[in-house]
Design a protein around this ligand. Structure first.
Ligand code: MTE
Ligand code: MO
Length: 391
């Protein structure tokens, strides 16, 4: 097939095939090859507060766009504005760089665990569809101010004026059209929300897999709203009408299934809930009874809420101890995850359980059964690891 590489107004090309994908780290666990969806081995995650870019999960819905010439790049801002504006990358950079340490997490993180209970639709993910990076870019609030959008009055969670991010990648869910999503205008215009138009990740120019040359980074919100390869930003009277905002990334109760789902009955997910995983040991590690182990993992919550407490049990929930939360390096910590650890004597066969509480006292559900949903999103049930003794 002749590759049609339609060039968009932004200067980005959107390939129709997967033969121009960037190189990737061989240690990644591939959940889907085309589009490329992969996560690191979970053990790697708790090793560093900042997730190295090669190990950062990659979540795509189509072939990776290409920017051949950085000078050709233009971001268009349009919609409910006095007049649309276009900005080059140099103009965006001249507005002043801010750095935000923020975790991104896919709403499908830990989907595979949920699908073991009852099948769900969606790419299977282990517990590593999450990472913590240093994002460098220009605050969206500043760019919107330049475009004549003043700080938003209060708008509702899903209704009310929204700021839509539109990409160029070809997604089958959008019938070959681009990925798009929106966030409420108040979130986009509030400097404290620290929404960035990022052109750097971990001190380097944004790599192709993560949105080169420019992406939205919406801290505390599910990854789906942090649109990569930005082509345009639209100010809308209501939220984005795209597939990923209206027919996906919504939370249904366990009794709703594909035969009775009414997508318009629920809000689109923005903030993610309190979440945690044990990164080591894993169920692949056999451990002799009486061994001292260090149980390690990550914990995070949405909306800028920090983690207040992490509880760990190494005897299936009979007894609990509080894990130590590791200091968060170089950040005020609102948007970054918390790594934690606890040393304990384990007596396999046993189940390690971990759960956490955020500063608003939000807790995790004990059982995945209570939150099963047809798309397998937001599985934040207590994290359980079955440990066996050596054979
Ligand atoms: N943006 C575009 N243009 N296309 C996409 O497929 N996937 C979204 C979001 N932004 C996506 C996108 C989803 S679902 C997630 S979880 C994050 O990007 C993943 O970001 P990452 O690949 O940098 O980890
Ligand atoms: Mo996602």
């Amino acid at each position: 097939m002749a590759e049609s590489k339609e060039k968009h107004e932004s200067g980005l090309l959107a390939p129709t095939s997967y033969d121009k994908e960037p190189p990737r780290d061989p240690s990644l666990i591939i959940n889907s090859k085309t589009p490329f969806n992969a996560e690191p081995p979970v053990g790697a995650l708790a090793q560093s507060f900042i997730t190295p870019t090669p190990h950062f999960y990659k979540r795509n819905h189509g072939p990776i766009p290409i920017l051949e010439n950085e000078e050709e790049y233009r971001l268009t801002i349009d919609g409910l504005l006095p007049h649309p504006i276009k900005l080059t990358l140099a103009q965006l950079k001249s507005l002043g760089k801010e750095v935000v340490v923020a975790s991104l997490m896919c709403a499908g993180n830990r989907r595979t665990e949920m699908s073991r209970l009852k099948a769900v639709r969606g790419v299977g993910w282990g517990p590593a569809a999450v990472g913590n990076a240093v994002w460098g870019g220009v605050p969206l609030s500043r760019v919107l101010q330049l475009a004549g959008v003043s700080q938003g009055a209060w708008e509702t969670h899903s209704g009310g004026r929204h700021v839509e991010f539109v990409s160029v990648d070809r997604c089958k869910e959008e019938k070959g059209g681009p990925y798009r999503a929106s966030i409420p205008l108040h979130m986009a215009t509030c400097p404290d929300q620290e929404v960035l138009l990022a052109y750097e990740m971990n001190g380097e120019p944004l790599p192709r897999d993560h949105g080169c040359p420019l992406r939205a980074v919406v801290p505390g919100v599910i990854g789906a709203r942090s649109v990569k390869w930005l082509d345009r930003i639209n100010i809308l009277a209501d939220e984005c009408q795209g597939f990923f905002q209206q027919l996906d990334y919504k939370m249904f109760p366990p009794w709703v299934d594909w035969d009775n789902v009414n997508w318009s009955s629920r809000s689109s997910i923005q903030d993610f809930p309190v979440q945690l995983a044990v990164c080591s040991p894993t169920s692949k590690d056999s451990i002799a009874p009486g061994s001292k182990v260090t149980v390690k993992g990550y914990a995070l919550s949405g909306g800028g809420r920090k983690i207040e407490r992490v509880d760990v049990s190494v005897d299936g929930g009979a007894t609990w101890a509080e894990a130590q939360r590791l200091p968060q390096e170089g950040t005020h910590g609102r948007w970054a995850w918390t790594l934690w650890s606890l040393s304990a004597i384990v007596n396999p066969p046993c189940q390690i359980i971990a759960k956490c509480v955020d500063v608003a006292s939000n807790t995790q559900p004990e059982r995945v059964e209570t939150i099963w949903n047809l798309r397998g999103v937001l599985n934040n049930s207590w994290f359980r690891v079955d440990i066996e003794p050596p054979k």
